[in-house]
Design a protein. Structure first.
Length: 635
């Protein structure tokens, strides 16, 4: 099918042409005529095709792209024989979007960011937040983002212009209080430090630095919105601040800093928003965000500035009632509340779609019920961006469909159109961590695929955790299912993604119980068995090396080069340690050593759920805690 854009507003023609081109469609006079009607008060998105004309009606330009994608994804099967089509969706949210983490080593390259913008537009998301802790330029602070792939001013302006063409507002999301450890490591930043992660509130140097951050981060974008962070500052006022000033009420410290940040934003004509958790953590006896009772009051000189918006972020709860309670509590602080869901791309090596689906659906239903009309979905990549960015496609589509409607088939068709494969295939990736011993909907965010892949086969830190779970068979079956789907995928980048996960499943099918088998053979003095296990070590090492190369290819499609050195080291270390293990075992087999002390160490549970004995797996988020019980990060 070819499309005629001659009746379109010229301001949209170039972007619409590019959008169609990336989906494999041509624009040509005399083709199917597309008309776009923008109605600023429309409460529904309407798509109507009749007699060679496609009419799309919506509230803003991004609705044109969602409407066009809905049409294309549903008429594909008709080829050129579609004569009539009609679709309508409610536009409930005023603002919906995606937040992309660019600060956990994996900073998206410009090409991939443009694909993300087109994907957001196709899903009807009118905002893309770029989460940049120290990933933008501050000329007076050369170490800010040094060696991390920070974005240049002109690059961000290019992305901003590109987003406008598709109706997607690009919003900077920075930090002005905590999450600053990658910059505070440098000598030039020591005077700004309260703790290793938190800025020293109240000092003239910090105030000037914060102003410089806000000014430089906002200057690349046409929007007046800015997210200034201020979350998870758990040790606020308890580092250098405490030594300089003595103990001070931590609520007062935060509010003082917040007012200073808001003054800077006001002077620059900006509309700030912050994460909402610190108001709760500083009142909670446990320091938690979500455990305050519904009758809690917030009357302790909070005085939230009028221009400030509070972002209620919640990626964890599985019931609508919990979201409603927390929305109610946020409304006690201010009526200006925005909701942030979680796409669960940060579980480890693979995504946790089970938890993403449940938490997104429950949160969005609560928002609709209580009148929250601004929401976005976060995509963090904790501990080094081990999970490829493309795994976000599924959760973005799912989140968008919850915002516009709940029809699962629409999500499947859009994924097929935009990525070359559908729900059934993406949900296979969820099975890397949904194994025997995990809780329903993986509520505890267990990540066995990560700790099995990285753990040392001789040390066996997680062998007690996975014992009796039959994980070798689980991953063998998963590899076979993934392999059977690869030839059906119609996008080269998606095919590479699934090929990578197929090899990962192969690797885990060997490695999952390898340490347990080695330990058993050693303790029973079964040297013939150990010889065969040495061959398995070689096979596993070769697959781990193949994974390293495949992950690198995916990385350089999605991200800037900075940061890949971390995954190169981690994946490479898996192969190295497997080969070192073989040498240790061969020394024992040949009689050069009498004992392998690592295999004599008792196998203990890494983590135990005493409230639920059936919950045998666990969550281990940090590579440095998986590969060794030794100290590899500190003094």
């Amino acid at each position: 099918m070819k499309f005629d854009l001659s009746r379109m507003n010229p301001n949209l023609t170039d972007s619409a042409t590019e959008f169609l081109s990336h989906l494999g469609y041509m624009t040509k006079t005399g083709g199917t005529c597309i008309e776009w009607k923008c109605d600023p008060v429309a409460d529904h998105l309407r798509v109507e095709y009749n007699d060679g004309t496609l009419l799309i009606t919506g509230r803003e330009n991004v609705h044109f792209y969602r409407g066009l994608t809905l049409f294309l994804s549903e008429i594909t099967e008709y080829r050129d024989n579609c004569t009539e089509f009609k679709r309508e969706e409610q536009i409930f949210f005023k603002e919906t979007g995606v937040m992309l983490d660019c600060s956990r080593n994996g900073a998206s390259n410009i090409r991939f960011l443009k694909r993300m913008i087109r994907f957001c537009a196709a899903c009807g998301m009118n905002q893309l937040y770029l989460y940049m802790e120290d990933m933008y330029e501050i000329p007076d602070h050369p170490y800010f983002g040094a060696y991390r792939g920070r974005f240049k001013h002109d690059e961000l302006k290019e992305i901003d212009r590109y987003g406008m063409g598709f109706g997607v507002e690009i919003i900077p999301a920075i930090q002005t209080l905590a999450h600053m450890h990658t910059y505070l490591r440098w000598a030039e930043a020591q005077q700004l430090k309260d703790t290793d992660d938190i800025l020293l509130v109240g000092s003239p140097e910090t105030d000037a630095f914060v102003e410089s951050m806000i000014r430089n981060a906002s200057s690349s974008f046409s929007t007046k919105k800015i997210h200034v962070g201020m979350d998870e500052a758990d040790l606020l006022g308890l580092g250098r601040y405490l030594r300089i000033h003595g103990y001070d009420d931590r609520y007062k410290i935060m509010i003082k800093h917040l007012k200073s940040v808001c003054r800077v934003c006001k002077d620059l004509g900006l509309k700030p928003m912050i994460w909402g958790d610190m108001f709760f953590r500083l009142k909670s006896p446990t320091g938690d965000y979500y455990d305050l009772p519904e009758e809690t009051t917030f009357d302790e000189n909070i005085a939230v500035p009028d221009e400030l918006e509070l972002v209620y972020w919640d990626y964890y709860h599985h019931t609508q009632k919990e979201y409603e309670k927390n929305i109610y509590l946020h409304h006690k602080i201010t009526e200006r509340v925005r909701f942030a869901a979680g796409g669960w791309t940060w579980n480890g090596i693979s995504p946790n779609y089970s938890k993403a689906e449940k938490t997104i659906a429950s949160g969005i239903v609560a928002c609709k019920k209580l009148g929250i009309t601004r929401a976005f979905c976060t995509f963090w990549f904790d501990n080094g961006t081990e999970t490829p960015l493309q795994t976000a496609w599924y959760s973005i589509s799912y989140f968008a469909q919850q915002c516009y409607g709940e029809e699962e088939n629409a999500t499947d068709r859009m994924l097929q159109m935009l990525t070359g494969t559908g729900i059934k295939q993406y949900q296979l990736l969820d099975r890397f961590d949904t194994v025997s011993g995990t809780s329903k909907e993986n509520e505890n965010a267990d990540n066995p695929s990560k700790y099995i892949f990285y753990q040392d086969v001789l040390l066996g830190l997680f062998d007690a955790q996975i014992a009796d779970a039959a994980l070798s068979d689980h991953y063998k079956n998963l590899a076979e299912e993934l392999r059977s789907q690869i030839d059906t995928i119609k996008n080269i980048h998606t095919e590479k993604l699934f090929s990578y996960y197929c090899i990962l499943a192969d690797t885990l099918s060997i490695k999952a119980e390898l340490g347990i088998e080695i330990c058993r053979a050693y303790r029973s003095n079964a040297k013939e068995k150990m010889i065969s296990l040495c061959k398995k070590l070689d096979e596993c090492a070769e697959k781990a090396e193949m994974l390293r190369r495949m992950r690198g290819e995916i990385w350089f499609y999605e991200c800037r080069p900075f940061g890949f050195e971390i995954l190169d080291i981690r994946f490479g270390a898996v192969s190295i340690r497997l080969r070192s293990a073989r040498k240790r075992l061969e020394s024992w087999i040949d009689g050069y050593v009498e004992r392998i002390e690592e295999l004599e160490e008792p196998r203990l549970l890494f983590a135990e759920d005493k409230n639920n004995p059936a919950h045998r797996q666990c969550a281990a988020g940090f590579w440095e805690n998986i590969v060794s019980a030794g100290n590899i990060a500190g003094i």
